[in-house]
Design a protein around this ligand. Structure first.
Ligand code: NAD
Length: 506
């Protein structure tokens, strides 16, 4: 064994991964049914550990605990004290970044150089919402002459059900937990079944800061059982969901009887449009990073590339070089740029899309997976050429390191192509013509669009998608609209006219 392999083996030993329990009412407990399920390592497909398999009984227990905490200590706590807890959670995450990032990579196959940045973002989510709630969660006052003053306040809603995916688990969980708790709700988190390790770590960290019991709960388990029970529980007043579009629609149907509010952050098939006057090298960097980072398992990935015909050949040639040189490897290796996909089922889905692309007449150009890595769920970085926007691989979300490359001639034509898709999450436009940049950006139907930029996040902006990519916005103060109730208080300042129904006339 080389020294590098020995170091990585030591890193895994140091992670000291044990079997995982649920976190309910401030205690780590087995599932009521005592059932467990296996968690796999995407790099080897060996079993990492056993996870307690929560179902309706556990969800109901967690929701009862969360409801009690909401009506009790958490609901009665002063905001400043509550926000101290939120800042403490940020501190303990920061203190454990070196431990959480490898755990995330080990569990998901995401390269460690990338999980380190995601984990740092997780702590920022808490700090940001502590700050936002203290400075920006303000009401409005509406003066009506000298007769009335009407004012609004924000009130937390109650038990928030948070359902999260496996593609950036720790960061996405905190993206929801931070505003939910900071605004005064209590939480039941149902993390994705393929990535439970860092959700458990988060439960340990949050437990260590001493929140009142029941404020934060984690119930591991499958979507169809644990997830569905959370959606069906009448005491859960809101569901924030991130995941596939078809799951989002299933959740909306299943929750209809208990009338809740939903935030839906769903799938994407985002276009990147490169005009002939674009900064070629920067567009190439951004396009390559935007599809192959996070193993291509990224909701905002630029999975459809539209190149102006005059730069098509050169851009494709240069992309081929990049694809050939991308370092595919062990997610725990700092040099790795693309790691294995999360799970054999997902690996088979992505491979199936490549087969369909071939059957539909496209050409496939793939990079390399080292021969020694064949035991993991590796898909080489891939470009699909000779394809049109109506083909399956250009229309459906592949969610892997697969870029569909197409050509255009006119601005109008590329706008129509960019919009000819079910999704509308993100988009990217590259041009030095400032007028065209804005014009095209505004014409693309997407929740978010970057001009001459890779996907750089600004926590203050509204995050979310249009069309089948989502409903509602989280992020910045927009999260207050979802996680709080706006209550209006009407106050009469003097005696005003009140109709006197039923009063006898003198
Ligand atoms: P998924 O929909 O399969 O699962 C997401 C979560 O939903 C998991 O926790 C799962 O257990 C749960 N779930 C499944 N069925 C359920 C049901 N019937 N009731 C309640 N819960 C249920 O998604 P995934 O495969 O984990 O994640 C990948 C998807 O997430 C992609 O489509 C990606 O684009 C999307 N995503 C979107 C964003 C965004 O912000 N728009 C961000 C990240 C990922």
């Amino acid at each position: 064994m080389t020294q590098k392999q020995l170091d990585k083996q030591q890193m895994v030993t140091d992670l000291d991964v044990k079997d995982i329990q649920l976190y309910v009412n401030g205690k780590f407990v087995d599932a009521e049914s005592s059932k467990t399920f296996e968690n796999l390592n995407p790099f080897t497909n060996e079993v990492i550990n056993q996870i307690a398999e929560g179902d309706q009984a556990d969800i109901d227990k967690a929701v009862t605990a969360a409801d009690k905490a909401f009506k009790g200590p958490w609901g009665k706590m002063k905001v400043s004290e509550r926000l101290e807890f939120i800042n403490k959670i940020a501190d303990v995450i920061d203190e454990h970044v070196e431990e959480i990032a490898p755990l995330e990579s080990y569990d998901t196959g995401l390269p460690i150089s990338q999980t380190k940045k995601m984990v740092a973002r997780a702590a920022k989510n808490f700090r940001f919402y502590a700050e936002m709630v203290s400075s920006r969660m303000v009401g409005e006052a509406y003066q009506v002459d000298d007769e009335f003053i009407n004012y609004t306040i924000h009130k937390p809603i109650g038990v928030a059900g948070l359902i999260t995916p496996w593609n950036a688990p720790f960061m996405l969980e905190t993206w929801k937990i931070a505003p939910a708790l900071a605004t005064g709700n209590t939480v039941v988190l149902k993390p994705a079944e393929w990535s439970p390790l860092t959700a458990n770590k988060l439960a340990e960290l949050i437990d260590s800061v001493g929140l009142p019991e029941g404020v934060f709960n984690v119930v591991h388990g499958f979507g169809e059982t644990a997830g569905a029970s959370l959606v069906a529980n009448p005491d859960v007043k809101l569901i924030s969901f991130t995941g596939e579009t078809k799951t989002g629609s299933e959740i909306t149907k299943n929750g209809a009887d208990t009338l809740k509010r939903y935030s839906m952050e769903l799938g994407g098939k985002s276009p990147i449009i490169v005009f002939d006057d674009a900064d070629f090298e920067r567009a190439l960097d951004a396009c390559t990073w935007g599809i192959f980072s996070f193993n291509g398992e990224r909701c905002t990935a630029n999975s459809r590339l539209f190149l102006h015909e005059s730069i098509y050949d050169e851009f494709v040639e240069r992309l081929k070089e990049r694809v050939d040189n991308i370092v595919v490897g062990d997610p725990l290796d700092e040099e790795t740029q693309v790691g294995p996909l999360i799970h054999p089922t997902h690996f088979n889905n992505v491979k199936r899309y490549l087969e369909i692309a071939k059957e539909e007449g496209a050409d496939i150009v793939s990079g390399n997976v080292p021969a020694s890595m064949k035991q993991g769920n590796f898909v080489a970085p891939t470009m699909i050429l000779n394809v049109t926007n109506d083909k399956t691989v250009a229309q459906e979300e592949v969610f892997g390191p697969v870029l569909t490359v197409m050509k255009f001639k006119e601005e109008e034509e590329v706008i129509a192509l960019a919009n000819d898709v079910e999704y509308g999450l993100a988009g990217y436009v590259w041009t030095k013509d400032i007028q065209r940049g804005h014009r095209v950006a505004q014409a693309v139907d997407s929740g978010m669009l970057w001009i001459n930029s890779q996907n750089v996040r600004d926590l203050r902006i509204p995050f979310g998608g249009s069309k089948s990519s989502g409903i509602g916005r989280e992020g910045g103060h927009y999260a207050f609209d979802f996680y709080t109730e706006h209550q209006v208080i009407h106050v009469a300042l003097k005696d005003h006219h009140i109709p006197q129904f039923g009063k006898k006339k003198n």
